[in-house]
Write a protein that binds this ligand. Structure first.
Ligand SMILES: O=C1O[C@H](COP(=O)(O)O)[C@@H](O)[C@H](O)[C@H]1O
Length: 257
């Protein structure tokens, strides 16, 4: 049975620090229970701030970094050294500063990588990465924790409102072209792939996100507000600052840990 929880923090700094602390605890608990853990990363202001907080936390040493698999929920299809790359942001904020096993870091291809500027091939290759990791019975692994951000118009990962990609039901990974938010070409997990995660953590801050947050939590159709369809099969955890939560009509209490 899946549950939805909403936690509101006073400001974006507190949100990022608290999300980082939760992440350490959850990864350590999963590793204690199952040996390894998997985390799907997001780009965006809050997602990268959380990784930076994690790097600066002394508790990060509680994680066995060599037994952690890293994936991405979406990526901008730009050259590897572009500041637009979600991978580059994550590496600078955290990944280059911790002893991860390089073969467990599963990045999406850049536009100057092995597939050149063929975004279809890059998306197909990432789908293969996921299906290889999932084993014989599934196309997508059961990720332990998927971190996602969202845009003011309701996009999550790189799934934008009223697009073919948000309606995708067969593929786990799709190429995305003509995105309303630059850069225009991206690779994204689809909603069915996102829903393979045990836990989805939706993290965002600021008044620009308040409408989308309120609509998603009120159950808006996912074709209109894609983040509405981003759910973990065990838990969906919204981590918000006061401004992003500003249009919620219901009062949310912090859940008991
Ligand atoms: O383009 C993207 O935007 C979202 C949200 O970013 P934010 O800076 O407005 O918080 C992000 O979640 C996604 O990964 C990224 O590619």
């Amino acid at each position: 049975m899946s549950r939805t929880e909403v936690v509101v923090y006073e400001n974006p700094d507190l949100l990022a620090a608290a999300a980082a602390a939760r992440l350490v605890t959850r990864i350590v608990d999963v590793q204690a229970a199952r040996g390894t853990a998997s985390v799907v990363l997001t780009g965006g202001g809050t997602g990268i701030a959380v990784l930076r907080e994690l790097r600066e936390s002394s508790a990060r040493d509680a994680i066995d970094w060599s037994r952690l698999d890293i994936y991405w929920g979406d990526e901008r299809f730009v050259p590897a050294d572009s500041d637009e790359r979600n991978e580059k942001g994550a590496r600078e904020a955290l990944l280059d500063h911790v002893p991860l096993a390089p073969e467990r870091v599963h990045a999406m291809a850049p536009s100057d990588g092995e597939f050149g500027d063929d975004v279809d091939a890059a998306a197909e290759a990432y789908a293969k990465v996921l299906s290889d990791a999932a084993g014989p019975d599934a196309d997508v692994p059961e990720f332990d924790i998927m971190l996602l951000g969202l845009g003011g118009e309701g996009h999550t990962a790189s799934l934008f409102p009223e697009t073919d990609e948000v309606r995708e039901t067969q593929r786990s990974v799709v190429p995305v072209r003509d995105c309303p938010k630059p850069p225009p070409t991206r690779v994204s997990l689809t909603l069915p792939a996102i829903r393979r995660a045990r836990e989805v953590w939706l993290m965002t801050a600021g008044t620009a996100k308040a409408d989308a947050v309120a609509q998603a939590l009120a159950g808006a159709p996912e074709t209109q507000i894609p983040v509405s369809g981003a759910r973990g099969y065990r838990r969906t955890l919204w981590l918000l600052d006061r401004e992003a939560a500003g249009k919620l009509t219901k009062v949310y209490q912090p859940p008991a840990e």
